[in-house]
Design a protein around this ligand. Structure first.
Ligand SMILES: C[S@@+](CC[C@H](N)C(=O)[O-])C[C@H]1O[C@@H](n2cnc3c(N)ncnc32)[C@H](O)[C@@H]1O
Length: 247
């Protein structure tokens, strides 16, 4: 499905990701170097030793992080995603290389309790929340799946990245100035043809307030590793990493 970037705002998210799933390998090729240099060391560093841990990967996509964390010794890893096509990709990867990761199709905003996990990861998913209510529901459902003192690690769109900031991984952010919390904008990934994602603007304060109101006791912004130049070639990293601790 190829549409002018503005029109993607009209396409329901599940359809966007069902369409994108067929290009997953292309997208991984483009985002891979940034992931390897910034995202993975930052997330893995913040998580610490996951040996024996149980981890819930929300918005798991094709399961890149679910597999990574299982390989790093997590005892149980469950991935959930709203897109059945992305979950099918993840399950195909599991068939090719069985690691014992379980995948389920769920909307994070209505996620049932699947277990009592010691940690949850949400890589590039919370900024799809289309309203503060949805963001709060996502936070509540993650919290309900965490053990006491469980932690959420989330990479979220950096609200400070604006349309003029060049990003080293080739992403192009179409973010008009003056966006308010919940406003939509698009990001183009330089696959051939380009892949356009429609996401929402959320300020750091909105993430903090919403997660604190969703049952988390503390929200901390983690440093990003490998991002001396901002991780994206401009002054600002593409995503920011937050840690939220359940009370
Ligand atoms: C940018 S991709 C990231 C995938 C994966 N976390 C990774 O880093 O490889 C965002 C994913 O979030 C999923 N997603 C968006 N909104 C969701 C929701 N409400 N519930 C569950 N998954 C969602 C999309 O279907 C997509 O697979």
């Amino acid at each position: 499905m190829d549409l002018p970037s503005g029109m993607w705002l009209e396409v329901p998210l599940v359809q966007q990701y069902d369409a994108i799933a067929v290009r997953d390998a292309d997208i991984e090729r483009v985002v891979g170097p940034y992931r390897e240099r910034v995202e993975i060391p930052s997330l893995v560093g913040a998580l610490g030793d996951v040996a024996g841990a149980s981890v819930l990967d929300v918005g798991c996509g094709s399961g890149a992080y679910a597999r990574l964390l299982r390989r790093r010794g997590a005892a149980e890893v469950v991935g959930v995603d709203v897109s059945a096509a992305m979950v099918a990709e993840a399950r195909r990867a599991e068939e090719r290389e069985p690691l014992g990761v379980r995948y389920e199709v769920h909307d994070l905003a209505a996620l049932p309790v699947l277990g009592e996990f010691s940690a949850a990861v949400a890589v590039a998913v919370l900024h799809y929340a289309d309203s503060r209510r949805t963001l709060a529901r996502m936070g509540e459902r993650i919290c309900a799946n965490l053990a006491p003192a469980g932690r959420l690690f989330a990479l979220v769109g950096n609200p400070r990245v604006t349309a003029g900031v060049p990003l080293a991984n080739g992403f192009v952010v179409h973010r008009p100035v003056g966006l308010r919390d919940g406003d939509p904008y698009t990001v183009s990934v330089p696959t051939v043809p380009p892949t356009t994602l429609s996401v929402r603007h959320w300020s750091c304060g909105a993430f903090e307030e919403t997660l604190l109101a969703s049952g988390f006791a503390r929200v901390v912004w983690e440093p990003l590793q490998g991002a001396a130049d901002g991780g994206g070639g401009g002054d600002e990293p593409v995503n920011l990493l937050l840690r939220a601790e359940k009370g």
